[in-house]
Design a protein around this ligand. Structure first.
Ligand code: AMP
Ligand code: MG
Length: 505
């Protein structure tokens, strides 16, 4: 069946711009199996990311016809692709399992004209050696959802995998009922996960984890390869990147929802958008995912969970960090302990920017915490509360405060906080305009609101993709206040049933 897939001459570099170099296939064979995508019946492109295609050096014009449909459905391979499914393990809700790409096929690594290397992965491309009991396929709704959220995260300025295309397959997948099938083309700096290292260790061959660590250093952190202890440097840079990433998630109110170790990318990109969603009203206990019954991956738990996952990563590197394992544990523990401070530093720096605080002062943390406490107490919308602080904020208005505080008379803690914040702003040596500019850059106007995402997905069920297209356009400029995005700023009505997300496998 798969043998019918031919690499044709027309898929040449000049016609479409593909430029593959598949370094992952040069790792030990344990790390992957060769696996072609399973062809689908009637592929149709339903979303295509022109801007991303162009930035990858692909020729968007030639990619938009039958050829694109054939390639992004896995029915035809682009020249130079060497499709594989990658092996990995993962702690899923705390339990270690052997996993691997059960429904994804990595076509290979595309090198852009600027020399950047990206994994091109088809998600939903059919069964692989790692499918276990799964069908290897994906439903249209969850693939559109990943496209929307990943592109929104990117536009917010947060490192993430990207989405190049969604193709409907013309086939049904069976979950609770029959659903239209789809394939997402995912672009990632790589798909090396904490779970990939856990897989390497599970093979009881010290050379495997060393080869993976060396590969990761070469691919992502070449500036560290000559360090005296490059494996410790690897641990430290992964810790640094996660401390930055999770702080950014927390600043925009993003809940990943399934921070298993197989869903944590080593290079520091957000990855695997299943049951994720953004906060409306601020509450650190918020959980949207229907499968997260203990709240393991609740909004406020994300930093300690990241540290837990990094500890699993550190364990895989112990034999490489020092020949004396006790010494190695001591070194790794010190590195891991630093995560909390690194995270806190990144987070507070970001929160200062959100409040227009240009100098560091000892009471900044308290000021931020007081705001969050009152947002929680009064169930205030996280995104809109921050953005509203900028309205009417001018040097002229500073003495009267930026908000019409009469509107907030039923929220005395917030009013008190607001006075304190305005006082602090007015004491700054820099102008209010400088503070405001910073706030406008760090407080989004629009995020993917849960009800908007659902409405867009529902419309596609009747074949209407215009709602998704409009939503994507709005989300691509999240910091711009514009008449066209007014209706995208409201949280769902308080009367709406609590939002629930599903894994969508
Ligand atoms: P995820 O929840 O998407 O991170 O997936 C966890 C694991 O389940 C990965 O190994 C996936 O490849 C696998 N998986 C998810 N859905 C399917 C499916 N429909 N068929 C086969 N494997 C799947
Ligand atoms: Mg995953």
């Amino acid at each position: 069946m798969n043998d019918s897939i031919k690499v044709s001459k027309e898929d040449s570099l000049t016609s479409s711009g593909w430029n593959f170099d598949n370094s992952y296939t040069r790792l030990a064979k344990t790390f992957f199996v060769k696996q072609k995508p399973t062809p689908v019946k009637a592929p149709q492109i339903v979303l295509f990311n022109q801007a991303l295609a162009i930035s990858l050096g692909l020729k968007a014009e030639t990619l938009l016809g039958d050829e694109a449909c054939a390639i992004f459905s896995g029915n035809k391979l682009p020249l130079g692709a060497e499709p594989i499914a990658q092996a990995y393990a993962g702690h899923q809700f705390g339990h270690l399992n052997m996993l691997g790409d059960g429904r994804a096929v990595l076509l290979g690594e595309h090198i852009t004209p600027e020399g950047n290397r990206y994994d091109i992965q088809l998600k939903g491309a059919g069964v692989t050696a790692y499918s276990r009991r799964g069908d290897g396929r994906a439903a249209l709704g969850p693939m559109l959802r990943e496209y929307i959220i990943s592109e929104a995260i990117h536009a917010l300025g947060i490192p993430t995998t990207r989405s190049l295309a969604v193709v409907s397959t013309g086939e049904l997948v069976y979950r609770e009922g029959a659903l239209p099938g789809a394939i997402l083309t995912r672009i990632a700096a790589s798909h090396i996960r904490v779970g990939t290292f856990q897989f390497a260790v599970s093979n009881d061959d010290p050379e495997l984890v060393k080869s993976l660590a060396d590969y990761t250093l070469d691919r992502h952190f070449p500036n560290l390869v000559n360090d005296e202890n490059k494996y410790l440097s690897l641990l430290n840079v992964v810790i640094d990147n996660q401390a930055k990433l999770i702080a950014q998630w927390m600043q925009v109110g993003f809940i990943h929802g399934v921070m298993n170790t197989d869903n944590m990318s080593i290079c520091g990109e957000s990855i695997d958008f299943g049951p994720c969603a953004f906060l409306d009203n601020y509450d650190p206990a918020t959980v949207f995912s229907s499968i997260d019954q203990q709240g393991r991956y609740a909004f406020g738990n994300q930093p300690p969970i990241a540290q837990w996952n990094l500890t699993r990563f550190a364990e895989t590197l112990l034999p490489l960090i020092h020949h004396d394992i006790e010494e190695s544990i001591r070194i790794a523990e010190t590195a891991l302990k630093a995560f909390a401070d690194k995270y806190q530093h990144n987070w507070l720096t970001g929160m200062r920017a959100k409040l227009g605080l240009l100098a560091e002062e000892p009471d900044d943390l308290e000021l931020v915490e007081e705001l969050l406490n009152s947002m929680k107490k009064y169930r205030m919308d996280y995104t809109n509360t921050f953005r509203d602080l900028t309205s009417n904020l001018t040097s002229g208005s500073i003495s009267n405060s930026s908000l019409n505080m009469e509107e907030y008379s039923d929220r005395p803690d917030f009013v008190t906080w607001h006075h304190r914040w305005i006082n602090k702003l007015s004491r700054q040596t820099e102008s209010i305009e400088i503070a405001k500019t910073l706030m406008l850059k760090t407080n989004p106007v629009v995020i993917p609101r849960n009800h908007q995402v659902e409405a867009a997905l529902s419309a596609t069920e009747t074949g209407d993709f215009t709602v998704v297209e409009k939503l994507l356009a709005v989300l691509s400029q999240p910091y711009i206040e514009d008449a066209s995005n007014i209706s995208y700023r409201s949280p769902s009505l308080p009367s709406a049933v609590p939002y629930k997300t599903f894994c969508g496998t």
